[in-house]
Design a protein around this ligand. Structure first.
Ligand SMILES: [Zn+2]
Length: 385
């Protein structure tokens, strides 16, 4: 099957982040089995979703992981002009469909080259690692990475995360942390604001602290010119609280979204935030004993990616992608998690992130071909001469 045929099949499985991916996984498993490749599944607790990994080539150290995700983002509310789950060739050199570029295109490139991988006389192994629930917070990757680390006796060295990058090697990614904050104050008549504790007023103080922290980091020189914006961002994008102008709000909720550049440590920022909140709590509990600020992690933090340009994987990906300039990305990907798991990681895949997550998502055929060529070159790089 060509990459385009495989992509057509993959796009036909409308698996959104959060949904069961067992059907698309079964198809991929069947395809791989046809070439004698056995997969290992890493299921979730309920057994309705699973990641997979497999090795092609010898069980020796120094192999490379090709990583992708099987889920896609929703299409509801978007003005599609084609059926999002039917890969459509409009004759303009582009293939339209949800996930065509993010990132079933890369999966299709990997799978299309599997017959060549199996036939090749590989000196070092190539692993495929496909996850689920990437689009709702890179949820499955930590378990998948750990499973790869414990399952294989040999140690893979590198990973390519095939997110759309127009085939450019991407060596950096910001970390992402999202949390929900709940503030419990005391209700009362608005005139009693000095006697009661307003959850909204306290929330405002915490939000101001976040804004100040962001500005302090920038002022102290914590910037990384490779990223846009070049600093860690601390942001509140959701706020709920209060019932009437003349009632002190006893509840308020807001979200925190922190995107860290690699040199800012998320744990340090969160520790400082916790200390600030603890101090506020102690102070306000003098007025209202049940006053509380609860911070709940929305999902495990996605660590940043910061792969040194001198790393073997960067040199390798430059060579096989044919693109010699590296850059960074500002979206979330599983690369930080693979890197944290001990694999030198680079993001590099066909298609543009500009086409991802929107109506009429497409991948240019030329990009799909380039993706296949990159994996073919990887096979020859990894083969005995
Ligand atoms: Zn993606």
């Amino acid at each position: 099957m060509s990459a385009e045929d495989i992509l057509k099949k993959l796009v036909s499985f409308p698996v959104l982040g959060g949904q069961s991916n067992l059907e698309i996984l079964a198809w991929i498993e069947g395809y791989l089995n046809d070439y004698g490749v056995q997969i290992t599944k890493v299921p979730n607790e309920e057994g309705n979703k699973a990641s997979m990994h497999c090795r092609i080539g010898p069980a020796v150290d120094g192999g490379i992981i090709l990583s992708g995700h099987m889920d896609v983002v929703p299409v509801a509310g978007q003005a599609w002009t084609t059926d999002p789950f039917v890969l459509t060739d409009k004759g303009d050199g582009k293939l339209y469909g949800r996930g065509s570029c993010d990132m079933k295109g890369f999966l299709a490139c990997c799978l299309a080259v599997v017959p060549a991988m199996v036939k090749a006389n590989l000196a070092k192994p190539i692993y495929l690692a496909f996850s689920y629930d990437e689009e709702i917070g890179c949820l499955a990757a930590p378990e998948l990475v750990e499973h790869i680390n414990t399952f294989y006796k040999e140690k893979p060295k590198m990973a390519i995360i095939g997110e759309p990058s127009l085939m450019q090697p991407m060596v950096g990614q910001k970390g992402i942390y999202i949390a929900d904050v709940k503030v419990n104050g005391s209700a009362g008549h608005s005139s009693r604001i000095k006697q009661e504790v307003s959850a909204i007023h306290i929330s405002a103080k915490i939000i101001q602290w976040l804004d100040n922290k962001m500005n302090d980091l920038v002022a102290s020189g914590q910037v990384d010119k490779r990223f846009h914006p070049e600093h860690t961002s601390l942001h509140v994008g959701l706020f709920k609280g209060g019932i009437a102008p003349n009632i002190i709000a006893d509840d308020a909720y807001f979200s925190i979204d922190i995107r860290t550049i690699p040199k800012d440590k998320l744990d340090d920022i969160l520790n400082e935030l916790r200390i600030f909140c603890d101090d506020v709590e102690k102070e306000e509990q003098k007025k209202y004993a049940d006053f509380k600020i609860s911070i709940t992690e929305n999902h495990p933090a996605v660590p940043p990616l910061d792969t040194k340009e001198s790393c073997e994987v960067v040199q390798l990906v430059k060579k096989i992608s044919g693109m010699s300039e590296v850059d960074t990305v500002s979206y979330a990907a599983e690369a930080g998690q693979f890197s944290e798991g001990g694999f030198d990681s680079v993001i590099c895949g066909p298609g543009s992130i500009a086409q991802a997550h929107r109506a009429d998502e497409f991948i240019a055929k030329e990009q799909l071909n380039k993706g296949v060529t990159m994996i073919e070159k990887l096979v020859s790089e990894f083969s005995h001469s």
